[in-house]
Design a protein around this ligand. Structure first.
Ligand code: F6P
Length: 544
């Protein structure tokens, strides 16, 4: 299909100039550093180790200024139907709009969001007082299980684990996501059904894994309640936008979701109920306030100061100018261990697209890189060798805390010095001559061979996020900054960041295959499948 979309500029002259400028030189330019460090409340963004100089930064910034990004951004905040393939507004920002300096969502949206928060507050407070029965739930809840997948799991899981030090005493939180029956079995072994509250989270209420796991937990609790359906329903809260389906499921309480909130942007809604159960409603509102601070920043700051825009510039430069195909996210914060998988969905489900939505034409440039990563320093002892000396350059994102929640200062200083050292080593490297000077023994050839192996080319880019501390506020702000980076890249690449048609095909095929595994009358003819699938089904059947 012909495209009316202009391709991204190549920024060729800037790229050529920078190809000959090592990060070792760039990082010592103080004027440049002034442009590449920005703060939003408790979060410092440092992109001084990206391979950009000021002229290149300005060239990309000026290009972005000409794309109408502010109007596109405002259209999102105001609730215009920018998710065109589903004809939906994109209003996750309205979920935290109550804490914004200038909420922009339509009044009816603001009202239903505020009402849902109030209802959530009633449930959470009653359970925390040990009086769940006063709101139709069980008394004496000790364990809250979130059953959901994708956006109905990853955001709540990230926040609950990240905010461990804010957890309300007496309530343990659990997440059941995969349909692997081992996960449900192992979790049930740890729990007492009499004191277990389940939050069944599914925006569509049509997700096979979630409904199956919900059914497993319902049977388990029903059995413990001697088949009493009414008593069993008091163990369940359902969160969904599918009003009809959810009302027939048998949960005592239902919290709403709306079609204007995408799953991967939904932790700010009742999808985040498990966060509120674990840190309390005040903590949840602080999380929203942190996100609102990032929203206000995104709406108010000029591109030069705008953290999501700068993040998008760094990504665009790495992906489209330098051709980097992945980005590693490495939090030097154990409690942010879930951040890489959260960002995988946020970024890859949003930006893993290859056509322009208005005319279906192919985009001219690469879109989302593979996002991956895990916590440091552990990652240093696993795959950092390849990041330092492998043949591919992988941009990194480091996340650190100035002040940890624990008192072990020495541990923290060792952790932080490793973060700083990795960013430095990746960018500066070590020259052959430096390595040769260190090789003291052996023949000349042997010394040279050893030096070659101990040379680090460096020039490997990274970003550092430094949070003052990990609180509901700073976590909310950090996640919202990433969300807005995603918005910016969707805008710049000309793709719809808010649908996810790419996950549908596999779901349909799984439903076709499922009866065949049973090898009974319900199974259709295996001839309906391709040869590779048929072969594997036969192999599984034979060994059952
Ligand atoms: O399969 C992808 C997806 O639709 C995600 O976008 C979503 O977060 C997840 O499944 C779960 O969907 P639901 O909340 O409707 O169960």
């Amino acid at each position: 299909m012909d495209s009316k979309h202009a391709p991204l500029p190549s920024f060729e002259a800037h790229a050529a100039r920078l190809a000959g400028t090592h990060l070792r030189t760039l990082v010592n330019d103080d004027a440049r550093a002034q442009r590449l460090r920005r703060r939003v409340g408790p979060i410092l963004l440092d992109i001084t180790r990206q391979k950009l100089d000021v002229p290149a930064l300005d060239a990309v910034g000026q290009y972005i200024e000409g794309t109408g990004w502010q109007a596109a951004r405002d259209a999102m905040f105001e609730g215009k139907h920018i998710n065109t393939s589903e004809d939906r507004a994109v209003l996750h920002t309205a979920l935290r709009g109550g804490a914004s300096r200038h909420p922009a969502a339509p009044a009816e949206v603001r009202k239903e969001v505020a009402d849902a928060l109030d209802k959530m507050e009633q449930l959470v407070s009653a359970v925390h007082r040990g009086e769940g029965a006063s709101v139709g739930l069980i008394d004496g809840v000790t364990d809250v299980v979130n059953i959901g997948i994708g956006g109905s799991d990853l955001g709540p899981r990230l926040a609950v684990h990240a905010l461990e030090q804010f957890h309300v005493k007496g309530i343990r939180s659990h997440f059941l996501t995969n349909v692997d029956g081992q996960a449900a079995t192992d979790l049930m072994k740890q729990l007492d059904p009499a004191h277990t509250l389940v939050i069944l989270v599914s925006k569509s209420f049509n997700t096979q894994e979630t409904l199956l796991n919900g059914g497993v937990f319902r049977q388990w609790i029903l059995k413990a309640n001697d088949g009493d359906e009414t008593r069993t329903s008091k163990h369940f809260i359902a969160v969904s936008s599918n009003v009809e389906a959810v009302n027939t499921w048998g949960a005592s309480q239902v919290l709403p979701m709306w079609d204007y909130v995408g799953g991967r942007f939904s932790l700010w809604s009742a999808v985040g109920a498990s966060i509120a159960f674990s840190i309390g409603m005040q903590g949840f509102r602080e999380l929203l306030a942190g996100a609102a601070e990032a929203d206000d920043h995104f709406r108010d700051a000029a591109w030069q100061d705008n953290v999501p825009v700068l993040l998008a510039i760094a990504e665009l430069w790495n992906r489209n100018v330098l051709g980097r195909s992945s980005r590693a996210v490495v939090p030097y914060v154990d409690s942010l261990a879930d951040l890489p998988s959260y960002l995988q969905q946020l970024e890859m489900e949003s930006l893993g697209k290859h056509v322009h939505p208005d005319d279906g034409s192919e985009v001219a440039q690469s879109t989302v890189p593979v996002v991956w990563g895990s916590i440091g320093t552990n990652a240093q002892h696993a795959y950092f060798q390849a990041l330092h000396q492998g043949t591919d350059t992988v941009p990194l994102e480091f996340i650190g805390l100035v002040k940890p929640a624990h008192p072990l200062r020495e541990n923290h200083d060792v952790l932080l010095s490793n973060l700083l050292a990795q960013a430095a080593a990746l960018s500066l490297g070590k020259t052959f001559d430096e390595a040769l000077a260190e090789a003291k023994t052996g023949t000349d050839d042997e010394r040279r061979a050893l030096a070659a192996q101990r040379t680090f080319k460096g020039d490997r880019p990274s970003t550092v996020f430094m949070l003052d501390s990990l609180t509901p506020h700073s976590l909310g702000a950090l996640i919202a900054l990433y969300e807005h980076k995603v918005f910016m890249l969707g805008h710049l690449w000309g793709i719809n960041a808010f649908d996810q048609w790419g996950v549908e095909l596999g779901k349909v095929i799984a439903k076709q295959i499922y009866p065949s595994l049973a090898n009974d009358k319900s199974a259709g003819d295996l001839g309906q499948f391709d040869g590779a699938t048929r072969g594997l089904i036969e192999a599984i059947r034979e060994r059952r």
